[in-house]
Design a protein around this ligand. Sequence first.
Ligand SMILES: Cc1ncc(COP(=O)(O)O)c(C=O)c1O
Length: 287
Amino acid sequence: MPQLAYVNGRIQPLADASLHVEDRGTQFGDAIYEVCAVMNGQILDWQPHLVRLRRNLAELGITLDMENGPLTLQARRLIARNGHKQCIIYMQISRGTAKRDHAFPGAAPANLVMTVRRFDFAQRIKQLATGIGVITQPDNRWGRVDIKTTGLLPNVLAKQAAKQAGAFEAWMVSGDTVREGSSTNAWIVKDGRIITHPVGTAILPGIARSSLIHLARAAQMLVEERPFTLAEALAADEAFLTSTTAPILPVVRIDGQAVGTGMPGPVVSRLADLVWAEVAQQTGWRA
Ligand SMILES: Cc1ncc(COP(=O)(O)O)c(C=O)c1O
């Protein structure tokens, strides 16, 4: 079965799907996006993703001429037509197609595209046994990284640096504060306290992040939303990251130095049980 994509109301083969060369997403990064996990054919945390998508559109003044109901139907239709039970759906909305000019075009309708890719979530459960390594990179992004825009060049360069270093992720550090990863949120555990950077304008408010805070607090675990330094991270008992495509992974090395024992620890293991139980509860999916 060919891969299918959605472009402005039409589902078509991915190989033929395209936007105009003057799409503002291409020319200016003038676009927002969402990535959602689909397990057992069900979209995880769909409502919070929709809320964030709408907030991002509002922050940038992009008008999408489609309500949440039809958007949900189109997303589900594309997932069903692609036929993958475990996949991710990528949705991108740009300010539209217009003659290149920095200021907003008058009446150009937004461009909405969606793609679906098969994704192996079971690998994330296997990775819980070993954990992953991260490197650090200077956070040289703009001042509104809370808006999920396609302007991701610093994130791309940071992730490539991680890949070249044989690491899974790059943690973006500003001054001595660890903010987040290039595509994940960053966490440490010290004396049983679970610590992550607060939301605001300096990090992306991750959906996996907010779900984990909710689950941890419901289980009477202590969560502190406050900035933490790289020195604190290196001296932490445990560390981990979260995202849609890596719902929870232990971080066992930072810049080649072991975190805690250098092996995944008990707090992350307990959190992972909570996270994957929530996935099973919402979608029915079990590895
Ligand atoms: C910079 C950044 N931080 C954090 C995240 C994690 O967000 P979510 O949990 O919504 O996937 C992402 C996801 O793409 C990201 O790009």
